[in-house]
Design a protein around this ligand. Structure first.
Ligand SMILES: Cc1cc2nc3c(=O)[nH]c(=O)nc-3n(C[C@H](O)[C@H](O)[C@H](O)COP(=O)(O)OP(=O)(O)OC[C@H]3O[C@@H](n4cnc5c(N)ncnc54)[C@H](O)[C@@H]3O)c2cc1C
Ligand code: FES
Length: 265
């Protein structure tokens, strides 16, 4: 693990929504699915980001313009440089999820680590069983990675859920957990992989529990504010667990009580 940032050039920028862009960045620091790196911009600061691709040549960073670093990044273009350190954290535990059927449910920019996992699954398809994917967005103008979604629809059981939609195209309309509730899910040898707002992951977990998928087969991807990203500063603690070091991917049976204690404070 390194704290030393290295410079990485932006290879391309693609706008997906008013406040979300995809930056392809040339770097050898490419996290495993579910891990993250710290991206910094000189004079501004740094923040944790996931890559939504799995490969060793570049990182694809799907960025929501939400504050100081991401706002500055938003104004950068092809050829500009950023700094990256990492990768950090524990991603998806392949020993636990390979050989299983997976239900992947993610919303908004929360699709980033899950997209990296899907990349991994595409490259190692024989290691996994049935793959059911649900991605949720506010409305049509917020659909992210639409080009990849078209590809995934041909390969997997893929559902695109929009909170609101009044047009003619075929989307499922409603909140992602409500759409998940209507899906037929085979619980045998199946794991759930969830990423997005905690309230969404909680409702989706309830649905997975109701069909017999237990908490030790469900993975939550957590976000907390970070500084060191390496288990030293304590900024990212969820009770006694470090989001940066023990997570950001946690098995739900391990994190459930800690989150409940945290919100009871
Ligand atoms: C493991 C991990 C992976 C992530 N991956 C992605 C990703 O792939 N794409 C993505 O877009 N985002 C991702 N995020 C979220 C991203 O890191 C945050 O949104 C980050 O805060 C953006 O940094 P910033 O400097 O642009 O914004 P900030 O300046 O940090 O502001 C972000 C928001 O936090 C608020 N805020 C500022 N300071 C504080 C404070 N002290 N306490 C509470 N709130 C505060 C601001 O008002 C604003 O609403 C990830 C986070 C984690 C932990
Ligand atoms: S960010 Fe410092 S301990 Fe996790």
């Amino acid at each position: 693990m390194t704290y030393e940032p290295s410079e990485a050039k932006i290879i391309s920028v693609k706008k997906y929504a008013e406040d979300v862009k995809l930056f392809k960045v040339k770097t050898k620091i490419n996290p495993l699915p579910g891990q993250f790196f710290q991206l910094s911009i000189l004079g501004i600061g740094e923040c944790p980001l996931a890559s939504c691709s799995y490969n060793k040549k570049y990182a694809d960073v799907l960025v929501k313009n939400s504050g100081s670093v991401t706002n500055t990044l938003f104004n950068l273009k092809k050829g500009d440089g950023v700094f990256i350190r990492g990768p950090y954290g524990r991603g998806y535990n392949f020993k636990e999820i390979e050989g299983k059927n997976l239900v992947l449910a993610a919303g908004g920019t929360g699709i980033a680590p899950v997209a990296s996992l899907i990349d991994y699954i595409e490259q190692n398809r024989k290691n996994f069983g049935e793959i059911k994917i649900l991605f949720g967005f506010k409305d049509e103008s917020f659909i992210l990675l639409g080009d990849r979604i078209e590809r995934w629809k041909k390969k997997f059981d893929f559902t695109l859920c929009l909170d609101k939609y009044a047009g003619k195209l075929k989307y499922e309309v409603g909140l992602l957990p409500d759409i998940l509730k209507k899906k037929k899910i085979n619980s045998e040898n199946t794991c759930g992989v969830l990423c997005g707002p905690e309230i969404m992951m909680k409702s989706a977990t309830a649905k997975l529990n109701s069909v017999g998928i237990k908490n030790d087969k469900i993975y939550w991807n957590m976000e907390r504010r970070m500084e060191c990203a390496a288990g030293s500063c304590g900024r990212c603690l969820i009770q006694d667990l470090y989001t940066c070091k023990d997570g950001p991917v946690f098995r739900y049976d391990i994190i459930k009580e800690k989150l409940e204690n945290e919100s009871a404070k």
